[in-house]
Write a protein that binds this ligand. Structure first.
Ligand code: NAP
Length: 282
């Protein structure tokens, strides 16, 4: 491995230290984040574990609510409307995956944009076209923060994003455009993926396919951000990037686990404090 590691755990620790200081300015006033889970999934339990720990560390009260997996969209939206109207609630977080009869965007659109700590409400998403909004999508913000941590000058850099989902790929592309990178977005219909990825000074991979990107597809010295979360046949959590071969070529690389994940959770806490009215960096 020649690439330097972009250590998400230590970056998240530093971010939470800053958040604790900001949180202290509110004294004993509670900051409440409501997590709404529809049905039960192992995946959501894994996310919740990290969120609980981070919330406790920053003194955010994480309230976990559950609705049954056959809850109708109207029931879910009804509960969100009550939470929108409840002044004791700073932020609302809807755990994924949702049952198949519920569209994530219908739920996200129901959350008040002022409590939308995942930054997924159409109004917050739309604001990304103008600038990085106060409540920006957490994973995209985390990827940008890790890219900055490498020290790369983004102006004029070739940035390639693999994956164009609303939650990850598209917002990252816009953030990098704001920083004057030349941005290419690749997806399932992209021909000759490697020809694009090999040009990238900054390569962000957000697909959900283990081993999609190998060392032969990476420019020497590139900053590589691996967002994917997959299970290997042996049950290990792995990203979309083959860490061994890419680590031998890239200049900087995020590990999986321990890269984008912990910073995403720290961004969620940052957004919650912002929703509670604090002006917190970054
Ligand atoms: P998603 O909605 O399934 O999007 C995947 C994207 O990859 C789509 O844009 C898809 O294109 C594209 N794609 C599929 N196959 C491809 C291929 N062979 N070559 C190039 N592009 C391809 O997933 P997501 O929500 O963006 O998440 C992506 C990954 O990141 C998942 O593994 C997820 O678990 C992980 N994730 C991690 C975090 C974190 O905190 N670390 C947070 C969120 C997500 P089409 O739409 O054209 O098919």
């Amino acid at each position: 491995m020649t690439a330097r590691i972009l250590d998400g755990r230590s970056l998240a620790d530093k971010m939470r230290a800053g958040l604790r200081v900001a949180r202290a300015s509110l004294g004993d006033r509670p900051v409440r984040l409501v997590s709404l889970e529809v049905g039960r999934s192992d995946e959501a339990q894994i996310y919740l574990r990290g969120q609980r720990r981070a919330a406790e560390d920053v003194r955010i009260e994480l309230v976990e609510e559950h609705l049954s997996d056959d809850a109708a969209l109207t029931t879910v939206v009804g509960r969100i409307t009550q939470l929108n109207d409840d002044p004791s609630v700073a932020g609302i977080l809807v755990q994924r995956p949702l049952p198949t009869h519920i569209e994530a965007r219908d739920v996200q659109g129901a959350i008040s944009r002022h409590k939308d700590v995942e930054g997924m409400n159409p109004s917050n998403m739309g604001a990304i076209l103008y600038h990085e909004p106060a409540l920006a999508p957490c994973t995209a913000s985390a990827a940008l923060r890790l890219i900055h941590a490498s020290g790369i000058d983004l102006a004029g850099a070739e940035a390639v994003i693999v994956g164009h989902s609303e939650i990850v790929g598209k917002p990252i592309a816009m953030f990098l455009l704001h920083h004057l990178s030349t941005v290419t977005v690749c997806h399932v219909a992209t021909r000759k993926l490697a020809e694009h990825t090999r040009r990238a000074d900054v390569l962000v991979v957000a697909v959900g396919k283990a081993g999609l990107v190998t060392g032969a597809m990476v420019k020497p010295g590139a900053v590589v951000i691996d967002i994917g979360i997959n299970r290997s046949p042996a049950g290990k959590v792995v990203g979309d990037v083959d860490q061994d071969s890419v680590g031998a070529v890239a200049g900087w690389l995020t590990p999986v686990p321990g890269g984008v994940g912990p910073v995403t959770v720290a961004m969620l806490m940052r957004n919650t404090l912002r929703a509670a009215g604090l002006d917190v960096a970054p």
